[in-house]
Design a protein around this ligand. Structure first.
Ligand code: KIV
Length: 273
């Protein structure tokens, strides 16, 4: 066995995947889940979806920078191979490029993650440029932007009409031209996501977008079948861990009530002299 330490994928390694084998990305929020997925994925996103998935909130709007840092640290402790990026939460970056710099630099310093992700198109281009010129790698996020849920009146697919198509194209170009290293296309109609992928020189990472994207990302609890809430059309469940957990709890409850658990193998005995 070699003693060479495993080298973590870097932001330039992710960028170099443009047009090649698709980038495999998933969200993670905790150390054990990061450990389970680390060797299989290229990019772990500590998404602000943790507000809904872990904390049971209805939207991501109440997620704080402190929550993102705590979960970013947990994921970094559980991973050695994947490149890790952390979402900037709502209200922590939209006010000004300076506010975004303070939040992003704090997140990178306190977690050790490689990059941040922020939502927004043309209106966030100035901020993306400000951060990237100051050595903060930024991934954009356009199309369906969960932090805009109140303005949109719900989680709406982007690019369903002509104006929507033009907007998502303009947004993705603005973010790429501002220096983002990649852009997440969420809930973007398939042909538009393909066109954007062909047009941009940076990788596109799709979620509810297109197989033509340079990579795919999903929320881990969705693919595990743990999150029991709303299942968007773009989610494929690869397991039903939620049912397995329920079965385990049911069996445990039965065994405690019948005193079948703990049997003697799970008990300590006094030392024999
Ligand atoms: O917060 C998140 O999990 C995300 C993904 C859905 C891309 O932004």
């Amino acid at each position: 066995m070699s003693n060479t330490p495993i080298k973590r994928l870097t932001v330039p390694n992710i960028v170099a995947k443009k047009g090649k084998e698709p980038i495999v990305s998933l969200t993670a929020y905790t150390t054990p889940v990061a450990q389970l997925m680390d060797e299989h994925v290229d990019l772990i996103l500590v998404g602000d979806s943790l507000g809904m998935v872990i904390y049971g909130l209805d939207t991501t709007l109440a997620v704080t920078t402190e929550m993102m840092i705590a979960h970013g640290q947990a994921v970094m402790r559980g991973s050695k191979h994947a490149c890790v990026m952390v979402d900037l939460p709502f209200g922590s970056y939209q006010e000004s490029p300076e506010q975004a710099f303070r939040t992003a630099s704090r997140i990178l310093q306190e977690t050790g993650a490689a990059a941040v992700k922020l939502e927004g198109g043309e209106e966030m281009a100035e901020t993306v440029e400000f951060l990237t010129k100051r050595n903060i790698p930024v991934c954009g996020h356009v199309g369906l932007m969960p932090q805009a849920v109140q303005m949109m009146g719900g989680f709406k697919v982007a690019g369903k009409n002509d104006a929507g198509v033009q907007k998502v194209i303009r947004d993705s170009h603005a973010i790429a031209n501002a220096g983002a290293f990649a852009v997440v296309l969420e809930g973007v109609v398939e042909p538009v996501a393909e066109t954007i992928t062909q047009q941009l020189s940076i990788p596109t990472i799709g979620i509810g977008a297109s197989p033509a994207c340079d990579g795919q990302v999903l929320v881990c609890d969705d693919i595990f079948g743990v999150f029991q809430g709303f299942k968007p059309k773009f989610v494929k469940r690869y397991a039903n861990v939620g049912h397995t957990m329920q079965d385990a709890v049911k069996q445990y409850a039965e065994e405690v009530r019948s005193r079948a658990f703990p049997s003697m193998e799970y008990c300590f005995q006094p030392k024999k002299d």
